[in-house]
Design a protein around this ligand. Structure first.
Ligand code: SF4
Length: 114
């Protein structure tokens, strides 16, 4: 079973509407739905905070403190598909930065639930 870390958009989490961070990404990982493709163990859930500078070190710190290096990092669907988009970065750029800094492959998106 692959071990995954998920990055969600904290600004979106603060806006309510039941997600992200409450169940959708976690259910998709557990069930192997959406982009996961197989049941996956979530070993870290990282909340991005504007302007997003801390997100890469937070991924690294989560891996260090938990002593579990994820096999993949997933950017949440709300982060990837946000309209209007993130004013500070975009999913492609964030994925490239996280991948380059951590050496962990990044997948864009998590679930297709509504
Ligand atoms: S920097 Fe972008 S992705 Fe991160 S919390 Fe702010 S709006 Fe969301």
């Amino acid at each position: 079973m692959q071990k995954v870390a998920i990055i969600g958009c904290g600004a979106y989490m603060d806006s309510g509407y039941g997600c992200p961070g409450e169940w959708r990404c976690l259910k998709a990982a557990a069930m192997g739905d959406g982009k996961f493709g197989e049941p996956s163990q979530t070993v870290a859930f990282i909340r991005c905070e504007c302007p997003g500078r801390a997100v890469v070190p937070t991924v690294g710190m989560a891996a260090k403190l938990s002593e579990i290096k994820p096999d993949a990092v997933y950017l949440s669907s709300c982060l990837v598909n946000a309209k209007p988009g993130c004013p500070y970065t975009n999913a492609d750029e964030l994925a490239q930065i996280v991948e380059a800094k951590t050496g962990i492959p990044v997948i864009q998106g998590t679930h297709d639930y509504h």
